[in-house]
Design a binder for this molecule. Structure first.
Ligand code: BYC
Length: 305
């Protein structure tokens, strides 16, 4: 164990066939598979707007973004699969099954609906923005396949973030009504986006181990603060008001102070009682059933070559 820690603390990457502690393997299977689930469930709120995008250009960009997310899911399920060792199962079918059964989590943010076109902007700007903040940190994680997947994913996420911000910029420069749509989207997505970073550090049961193994390289609270610090000026540029009365620049700290997170809501969403939890899983279960023949055909074809 000491040697393993020495190895990762020297910024070396662990590769699939290397010896690794069992709890390291388990931690990675949990986190990477949940990350994969987030990508594929995250396609749903946006998919709802493909047919209603306001122009062909917007439709093409949204389709490309959603397709990227399916691809991110694929890299991440593939990275998870490298961790199966006979004792710990990590194959795609079983990790996916755990998600459908409600045993494995996916990001809380995807249990909120996308009610207006402005929400698609807010998802790109805030949700992908928060995801980048977290994933840039994860590029430095100690597991080679996960770290390399993050490098590629981050490049695509920055396109997603910019397309979202551009949607809101266009709305904010439009009519009063359009600007109001953007403000409503910010009001609804601000706190859920901050919750993406997870519980406060002193309520985060996995953090200590994860940081020690160089999987997480920065704490939940530290990333959340950085996200707020970079995002508030972006909201100001749009001419929008962040829905937090306690938000204030603190000269001494060099950071924004902000209000208490709605932790009760966070807990509730994690327990499966958010606005769309049931709907999201239902859609995924139905898709699995209805599309089973595609998988069967692909497997039969693969068996022939
Ligand atoms: N939602 O001890 P903690 C995207 C869980 S998708 C749900 O701090 P950890 C995109 C946590 O799993 C990007 N659950 O955990 C896609 C743990 O439960 P378990 C998604 C959450 O792992 C489509 C428990 O709470 N990004 O970009 O040290 C369209 C205690 O937490 C949440 C990732 O998945 C949450 N928000 O830290 C648009 C990043 N927060 O597993 C965009 C990868 C916490 O013990 N994951 N929990 O039952 C991570 O970096 C870390 O897992 C977290 C949590 C920072 C999320």
């Amino acid at each position: 164990m000491e040697k393993f820690l020495e190895y990762v603390h020297a910024e070396n990457k662990v590769e699939p066939k290397d010896l690794m502690p069992e709890d390291y393997r388990k931690l990675l299977v949990r986190q990477i598979s949940q990350h994969a689930h987030s990508e594929v469930v995250g396609m749903l709120p946006e998919a709802n707007w493909i047919t209603r995008a306001p122009s062909l250009r917007r439709k093409m960009a949204l389709l490309a973004k959603i397709q990227d997310e399916g691809g991110h899911g694929l890299y991440l399920y593939a990275a998870t699969e490298t961790l199966g060792d006979g004792k710990i199962t990590a194959d795609r079918d079983s990790t996916y099954e755990d998600m459908l059964a409600g045993k494995a989590k996916y990001s809380s943010i995807f249990n909120y609906p996308a009610l207006s076109w402005a929400d698609i902007g807010a998802i790109g700007w805030l949700v992908d923005g928060a995801a980048i903040m977290n994933q840039v940190m994860l590029m430095g994680n100690s597991y080679g396949p996960y770290s390399r997947a993050m490098v590629r994913i981050c490049k695509e996420e920055s396109f997603h973030q910019r397309q979202g911000y551009e949607i809101l910029l266009t709305l904010c420069r439009g009519t009063e009504q359009q600007k109001q749509l953007a403000q409503d989207a910010l009001n609804r997505f601000w706190w859920p986006a901050l919750m993406m970073f997870g519980p406060n550090d002193d309520h985060s049961p996995n953090s200590q181990k994860s940081m020690n193994y160089f999987v997480k390289r920065e704490s939940n609270d530290s990333l959340r603060q950085r996200f707020i610090d970079v995002t508030v000026p972006q909201a100001e540029y749009l001419g929008l008001k962040v829905p937090d009365e306690k938000l204030k620049w603190n000269e001494e700290r060099g950071h924004y102070d902000f209000g208490e997170m709605p932790w009760e809501e966070f807990e509730n969403v994690l327990k499966g009682n958010g606005p769309c939890n049931k709907q999201r899983l239902e859609v995924k279960r139905k898709a699995r059933e209805e599309n089973a023949w595609v998988k069967e055909a692909a497997m039969a074809f693969a068996g022939k070559i």
